[in-house]
Design a protein around this ligand. Structure first.
Ligand code: AMP
Ligand code: ZN
Length: 112
């Protein structure tokens, strides 16, 4: 299967890594929308939030345990935003589940 973020997780495509363990990879967005813009992905392919199930959701809780640690390391002490775009209407452009961590400035109040 041809998946950009699977290739990034396997280091077949280079990225600016921020955090890594057996199940999770975090790296800097190539087109940052804020001073800090990190993407957090499960290494195992899940297409998007619409494909999260009881069988594969363990890694989601692990990602959500890691996000505050990553935010601290990135000095986002004044707050941050976590977003997962899903599917066509959610404007998901890469069909490998990812969570955007955005921060480092006062973000727009508008979410859509
Ligand atoms: P989304 O639109 O929510 O699917 O987000 C996909 C994100 O992946 C966008 O913010 C892109 O800038 C980012 N992106 C695309 N290709 C790369 C890459 N090679 N390395 C890092 N980030 C990427
Ligand atoms: Zn993938």
């Amino acid at each position: 299967m041809d998946c950009l973020f699977c290739s990034i997780a396997k280091k077949e495509i280079p990225s600016a890594a921020v955090y890594e363990d057996d199940e999770i990879f975090a790296f800097r967005d190539i087109n940052p929308q804020a001073p800090v813009h990190v993407l957090v992905i499960p290494k195992k392919h899940i297409a998007g939030m619409d494909e999260v199930t009881a069988e594969n959701s363990d890694v989601i809780s692990k990602i959500f345990e890691k996000i505050p640690e990553i935010a601290k390391k990135e000095k986002l002490d004044n707050g941050f935003r976590v977003i997962s775009n899903c599917g066509e209407d959610g404007c998901q452009s890469v069909r490998h589940l990812h969570f955007h961590i955005l921060g480092g400035k006062k973000l727009d109040e508008k979410m859509c």
